[in-house]
Design a protein around this ligand. Sequence first.
Ligand SMILES: *Cc1c(COP(=O)(O)O)cnc(C)c1O
Length: 401
Amino acid sequence: MNNQFLISLTEKYGAPLYVYNAAIIQRQYQRMILAFSSVKNVKLNYAVKSNTNINILKYLNNLGAGGDCVSVQEVKLCLAAGMDAQEISYTPNGVSFDEISEVHQLGVKITLDNLSSLDQFGKTFPQAPVSLRINPHIMAGGNAKISVGHVDSKFGISHTQIEAIKEIVHQNQTPINGVHMHTGSDIKDPNAFVEAMEVLLGIAEQFDTIEFIDLGSGFKVPYQDGDIETNLEELGSILGARFNEFCAAYGKDLKLVFEPGKFLVSEAGKFLTRVNVIKQTPNINFVGVDSGLNHLMRPMMYDAYHRVSNISNPEGPKKEYNVVGYICETDTFASSRILGEVREGDIICMDNAGAYCFSMSSNYNSRFRPAEVLVIDGKDYLIRQRETFEDLLKNQIEIDL
Ligand SMILES: *Cc1c(COP(=O)(O)O)cnc(C)c1O
């Protein structure tokens, strides 16, 4: 998607605008499948929360991916996208038992992450298989908010509680069909995966009804120049060999499952905003765009770095800028960036906008959420229309005052 094409999309659909390139989603899917080709049975369950547009779900379903869901609503979106219930996994944390029951009745694979739900599930649905989310106590992840596999994390059942797990499973005769871990997003160190996988395999070998090992995700993609990326090929060969060895010892060809979100869709997305104002203060050149933390909150929430470029004037004289939003808070998208000279009306493009961007957007400041476009084979499709004023009032109930 070159600059001219992206600019033409803002002319056609308006700005701000999310644009997703299907070819990159396909490339990332195939890279991952290839990296684990030494394993007979590999399944990628796309982490739906990273981008829930139904067309993205359909596209990934067509590629062969399943869906990993954290809410019953995400499960229903996957079903609406045409996914088979058995290709969907549900990995919630801290949800009500009513929700777990509802998802179970939809025929979806369930992973439980606490002992009380495991017991209640076993008693309510005798003989129904379920898998276990284990906390391997590994510190990994790009920042504290997305590191979810360490000892003080709220996620998973501690691997040290294996005796309690076994007692509940034995009492209720629950078939444990898999073990699962998800140690956090943005893992930079392949050894963290290997270490955590050993813990998980140690749990799996204690049950004789295992069908799959789910290693979750955390596959990192580069956000800035020089950023390291998870070395997939290296990881694939190390994990693949260990997994095959485990299957041989277990006496069964198990399925190896991953749940990538960011890896599949982050790089496919561009977020296009139009420059409303340029403001010079004594020390800083501000570029004010027609968006803010309401549309893309990762920089504000996680101090995330997104590459930014002025696609209207990439070759212009270079100057240093802070790119900021229009929300009544300090919503800085990017600071101290060198861009081709920015003029009011230019289009600023933010990279890595496919994952956790639109899906975390809101109506804060009563702004409309942007439109989304999917590009397949060079052709653009509007896949979500921009919100309108009616959307802001849609669920409000006006009383007589
Ligand atoms: C969020 C999440 C993922 C996806 O993480 P990414 O870093 O986007 O790949 C996978 N599994 C579970 C259980 C999650 O909550």
